[in-house]
Each structure stands twice: as structure tokens, then as C-alpha cells.
Design a protein around this ligand. Structure first.
Ligand SMILES: [Zn+2]
Length: 317
């Protein structure tokens, strides 16, 4: 039996000297390695989304080394957890990346594996933040939209990747075809290619009902930074009232400058994180991400062996 040399695997970061750069999904705060990595590990969907959204062609690792597995994380199209069978001392590790336990209409549901050690995302470290069931949020959102459409236009401000597609699907399920901007249209095409059916219209999609939809009261989804200006311009051009909205997990903690906000998150809240930890059943937990200190403290307070993860990489094999 030959002994393999140790490998350094970076986690949604870029480290000098790393052998493999794991990118859990295509959101911009996870792709630091993409520009310079010569051996990136991610799902095919993540690679497609990165090429489309950022115009960078990732240099992927030729073949996935033995002992490494990628498992759906439920967060967005192509999002994966990283499983490593052997950390050099015979222990298994899971790195969650961004994840959620609830089922989204546009992401494959999470698949959970047991592991000795868990490195878990810390986006929502506070047990007081509790997300409502997605079905309830989806119902409230579509009811509000239906009411608003009776007397005006609805504009959603949403992240172009992940959240916009989820909104489109939720609206489609209520019989509504939204209009989207150029960037969202480009990302939609990757979703559709990966068999997530989306019914939408835009000036950038030949054959879409764009013109006729714009003649009536319609729903628009945009990722515009100048949302306020856009709302004003649309109201002026169409001579109609414009109702504004956003859908994000941060709607639980912040008040946004919109007519209605919906708490639709693609992350786990604290309660879901505990459910995930119970399912993975690790001997040791490391919290990862900007809120790692608070999350570790809150997990320790309810009896888990948890501490903040200090490194940006795993030494494996
Ligand atoms: Zn994310």
C-alpha cells in the first residue's frame, strides 16, 4: 500500500499552496478561488453559473480524488457540501457550505451524511431568529402579489442568482409570468438547462411575451442597485402605481424600504442548524464564516462541543 501525500483543500477561499480549491456554490462571497485556482472542485452547475454570471471560466480539477464526495446542500442550484473520508488521522469531515434543511422550489434537497467532524456555516447564529415554513411564506407572498396586481405593477428587488429564480418559480406556481432584467435572464438559462423549468419574459429572450405582459399590470424582478430610480421610472413610463417588495432571510431582522418584505431565506436558521448537526452526528463541530464566534458560543451553551474554525483549509489524506 502506498501512502498518498497530504493535500490542502481550501474552503470557499483561496490559499497560497492549496492543492484543491473547493467552491461550494456560485454566490459571490464564495468564489474567491476562481480567478487564480488551477484545480477547482465544484459541481458542474456551479461552474456553469460562475462562467455566466462573472465571465470567468473556472479551471477545474481533472478528476475528483478518491475519498472525496460532494453532496447537495439545498441552498441553490449546484450547491454542495464537501465530504472527506480521511483527514490524515482516519476521521471523516463534512464542510456544509451554505445550506438549508427546508425544501426550496429551485434547489435539490439537502443530502446528509454522518461525519466525525463538521465544519458548519454560521450565517444565522442566533436562536431567536426562526424562519417560518416556506409554504406559509410562499402563500403570503403570492396573495400579496395578486392583490397588488389589481391596482398596479409589482417590482421585486432580488439577488440575480438563486433568489430571483426561486421567486420566478413561486410566481409561476401561482400562474404569474414575471418580467426580468438581462442578468437574471442569463442566469435563468442555466437553471432551465439543468431542468429547473422557469416561465419568464425579458427583452433579451426572443419569442417571450415581453411586450404584451408590459401592457398590463405585471410583476418585474430586478437586481438593480438603483432600485429607487427604477421604481420611479417604471411608474412614470406606465402611469401606474408601483408596489415594491423584497424576499430575504434578513427580513426577519431588518426593515427594508419596500411596501412588503417576505422572509424567504435559502439558509438554515439556528433551529435548522441544530437539526442538521443532529443528523450529521459529529464528535466535533467547527463553526465557519463571519459569525463563527457567536454561533460556537450559542451551540456550546446548549451542550455541543463547538469552536470557531480558524483556518481556511483542511489538511487531508
Ligand atoms: Zn450562498
Amino acid at each position: 500500500m502506498h501512502e498518498e501525500k497530504a493535500r490542502i483543500i481550501s474552503l470557499d477561499a483561496k490559499l497560497k499552496g492549496s492543492d484543491i480549491d473547493f467552491v461550494s456554490h456560485a454566490h459571490s462571497d464564495h468564489i474567491a478561488a476562481v480567478k487564480s485556482s488551477e484545480s477547482m472542485l465544484c459541481s458542474t452547475q456551479t461552474a456553469e453559473l460562475i462562467s455566466t454570471a462573472y465571465g470567468i471560466a473556472p479551471k477545474l480539477i481533472g478528476s475528483k480524488p478518491g475519498g472525496i464526495g460532494l453532496y447537495d446542500s439545498g441552498h441553490m442550484l449546484g450547491s454542495k457540501q464537501l465530504y472527506i473520508e480521511n483527514d490524515g488521522e482516519g476521521s471523516s469531515i463534512i464542510y456544509s457550505g451554505d445550506f438549508q434543511m427546508m425544501n426550496s422550489v429551485t434547489a435539490a434537497p439537502i443530502r446528509i451524511r454522518n461525519a466525525d467532524c463538521l465544519i458548519i456555516d454560521s450565517t444565522y447564529p442566533d436562536p431567536r431568529i426562526r424562519f417560518d415554513a416556506r409554504e406559509e411564506v410562499e402563500t403570503a407572498l403570492t396573495r400579496w402579489v395578486a392583490r397588488a396586481l389589481k391596482s398596479g405593477i409589482v417590482l421585486f428587488k432580488a439577488y440575480a442568482m438563486g433568489k430571483a429564480q426561486e421567486l420566478i418559480k413561486i410566481l409561476n406556481n401561482a400562474g404569474i409570468t414575471p418580467v426580468v432584467n438581462k442578468k437574471i435572464s442569463a442566469i435563468n438559462k442555466i437553471y432551465v438547462k439543468n431542468r429547473i423549468g422557469l416561465d419568464y419574459a425579458s427583452a433579451y429572450d426572443e419569442g417571450s411575451d415581453y411586450e404584451s405582459i408590459l401592457n398590463g399590470n405585471f410583476v418585474g424582478i430586478v437586481d438593480s442597485r438603483n432600485f429607487g430610480n427604477l421604481v420611479e421610472a417604471v411608474g412614470y413610463a406606465h402611469r401606474k402605481r408601483v408596489y415594491t417588495s423584497t424576499a430575504t432571510g434578513f427580513a426577519k431582522s431588518f426593515r427594508f424600504n419596500v411596501d412588503a418584505q417576505f422572509c424567504l431565506s435559502d439558509h438554515a436558521d439556528f433551529r435548522q442548524s441544530v437539526e442538521y448537526i443532529e443528523a450529521v452526528s459529529p464528535k466535533k463541530i467547527y463553526t465557519y464564516g463571519p459569525n463563527r464566534e457567536l454561533f460556537a458560543a450559542n451551540l456550546s451553551a446548549i451542550g455541543y462541543k463547538a469552536e470557531p474554525y480558524r483556518k481556511k483549509a483542511i489538511d487531508a489524506f
